[in-house]
Ligand binder design. Structure first.
Ligand SMILES: *Cc1c(COP(=O)(O)O)cnc(C)c1O
Length: 358
């Protein structure tokens, strides 16, 4: 429908899943597919992970994301990672989602909406964002048990797993000390991608990989055997020579040079190609890199070519590697952000093509 599209390499996804599972051999995988599977497409990826890789549990951020998985035909347990707001208890119950409880108000609301329902409890072992304080865990667990809810897991989340192993181990110890005080044992989990790759928290019952499943290295530098899953491609809709000095794009911030060709590519910041790449981003084509010429618009990007291009030529907007100019990771570094943000910004309107051959 559109001469720009994302290519999602399911074989690479399977490779990453097996690599991560191999680092946590005793643990079961909770595949984190929030934010539309980090822009890759939640339902197709979850189905592939279930059918071809045996993944039996998923995690998303919001009730809407969970409902999307249900409507897409996923019946497996779906954990909602954000703290449940009492107001959302009814929706979580209706779609059979497993909420994360950190307040008595939310616990009571969910128990009313789904008596005996499955829940998980999150412990704040140091990040200060979502979770019950370690010292409050035992009374909170008792309260949730008294409401008749079924506690299917207790977990925590690491703040610096990608940069500080010592601090991460300290967080794990705080978490384990809190659960040791409970009268019985519950399934436990803690490790995100960075912790799995660092071998921290990998001997608990579950691990929760997100970014590394997609082949994007948590440390932004070293692939560590991961294979990036996503490429972004486009065909130009117009290739032309402009008279020397002719303006290009909003604000006329760029002026055509002699012997320069300008290609118009059919995507823009509304598709997740950040406007901050105006005059500084790159795409790749047959003859190497093509710099963004002028401002990125909502639906179009103009790039400078050192020769003519055919309308059927495929330009690479995102390459599945760590290239400084064209990978999600390299581009994120140049924009002073993280690849998580660039991946999750990939527009819902971009066509996504899934291929499975290795
Ligand atoms: C997003 C998230 C994950 C996955 O993190 P990655 O760094 O992408 O592996 C795991 N656990 C929680 C609670 C999360 O919010």
């Amino acid at each position: 429908m559109r001469p720009t599209w994302l290519e999602i390499d399911l074989a690479a996804l399977g490779h990453n899943l097996r690599l991560l599972a191999g680092r946590a051999p005793g643990a079961r995988i909770i595949a984190v597919v929030k934010a539309n599977a980090y822009g890759h497409g939640a339902v197709p990826l979850a189905k592939f992970l279930r059918e071809r890789q045996g993944v039996g549990m998923f995690a998303v951020a919001t009730g809407d994301e969970g409902a999307e998985l249900r409507r897409g035909g996923l019946d497996e347990p779906v954990l909602l990672l954000g703290a449940l707001h009492p107001q959302d208890a009814g929706d979580a119950a209706r779609f059979g989602l497993t909420p994360t409880l950190v307040t008595p108000e939310a616990a009571r609301a969910f128990a009313a909406a789904r008596p005996g329902g499955g829940v998980q409890i999150k412990v704040d072992s140091g990040m200060g964002r979502v979770g019950v304080a370690p010292a409050s865990l035992a009374p909170f667990v008792a309260e949730v048990e008294a409401l008749g809810l079924n506690i299917e897991g207790i977990y925590t989340h690491f703040a610096v797993a990608d940069e500080n192993a010592g601090e991460t181990r300290r967080q794990l110890e705080i978490f384990l000390e809190a659960v040791r005080a409970l009268p019985r044992r519950y399934p436990l989990h803690a490790a995100n991608s960075a912790a799995i790759l660092a071998g921290i928290g990998t001997n608990l019952d579950f691990v929760r990989p997100g970014i590394a499943l997609y082949g994007l290295p948590p440390d932004m530098h070293n692939l560590q055997g991961l294979e990036p899953v996503l490429s972004w491609k486009a065909r130009p809709t117009l290739v032309k020579r402009l008279p020397e000095g002719h303006g290009v794009g909003y604000g006329l911030t760029y002026r055509a040079r002699e012997d320069e060709w300008i290609a118009t590519l059919p995507f823009g910041y509304a598709d997740g190609f950040s406007r901050a790449l105006s005059g500084s981003g790159w795409v790749r084509w047959r003859r190497g890199y093509a710099p963004v010429a002028g401002r990125v618009s909502m639906d179009q990007v103009t790039v400078s070519l050192n020769g003519p291009a055919d309308l059927n030529e495929v330009f690479e907007v995102v390459t599945p590697d760590l290239d400084a100019k064209t990978s999600l990771t390299g581009r994120a570094r140049s924009l002073n952000t993280i690849h998580y943000e660039l991946a999750t910004a990939l527009g819902a309107r971009l066509p996504r093509r899934y291929r499975e051959e290795g």
